[in-house]
Design a protein around this ligand. Sequence first.
Ligand code: SF4
Length: 338
Amino acid sequence: MMRFAYQKPESVAQAAAVLEADPAAQIIAGGTNLVDLMKYDVTRPGTIIDITGLDLKTIAVDETGALQLGALATNAETAYHPEVQAGWPLLASAILAGASPQLRNAATNGGNILQRTRCYYFYDRAEPCNKRRPGSGCGALEGVNRMHAILGESPDCIAVHPSDMAVALAALDAEVSVEGPSGKRRIAFADFHRLPGDRPEADNTMERGEIVTGISVPANPFGPHQTYLKLRDRLSYAFALVSVAAAMRIEEGSIAQLRVALGGVAHKPWRRKEVEAQFVGRPANRDTFTAFAAALLEGATGHGQNDFKLELAPRAIVRALEQACAGTPQDQACKVVL
Ligand code: SF4
């Protein structure tokens, strides 16, 4: 049996103080990832800090037109909220592409972006894994790596981030609000998750004692020209092999603004703003989208079992861009293959 202490703080400051003081403390909200990690004995929290009583459940549009999401609003509440569906359909679609209805009812927005990789070796304590046990090696590098990264990986870790929601948030230039011992700060979404480098155990750039309190998503001008495409082994419920969050603004047949983030290919949502900028002014057609895909994937490498992603990813990008260009809704709630 795994023994742990349990605390239910009444404020973010209280929760942050416990988290900072106790290196073995961990936050729980929906518990959809932490409980799995505990069952597999990947993590053993000394203290569980239950933050479900905190007032972090907002879903609202503020006076600037930005969407403000509380860290404790559930994924289901967020995806089905009428304001989110109307103004941020890419985000709603990405959330609905993830997990199952039961999980989305329990999982929170904060927990979604903080969820840990689903690399098989990370969950198997008999195997080497630098993310779980730094310095032990990477079992996936020469092993079962069908789900793994083709971009931004390091010799120490080739894991991918599993969140769909995070891919949309990256494309939509979101910001993450955190609060900790040094006060409150906002982190640009592009800077929130890390590439593994030589410290794969660190998934993100939060400091010890900091807690995610919310996510802010600016208003966007993309109208119907935004889509989330997720390719996976099972349509019913699976993590992405490759996913694409695509949004564009089109003026007289040319690209006026372009945003593309990829999931299932790197340790964080993969986005390159400098590549997007190069394609502004180009005709919004398949030739341009194909060239864009090649530029965005420059430097991609396979590790054996995931070599197929080198071909799948550019096709997915082109298809997503064509969908976004045509304003074709991608209904993730419909599991029928059309
Ligand atoms: Fe661990 Fe990363 Fe290697 Fe997976 S890819 S075994 S998470 S170090």
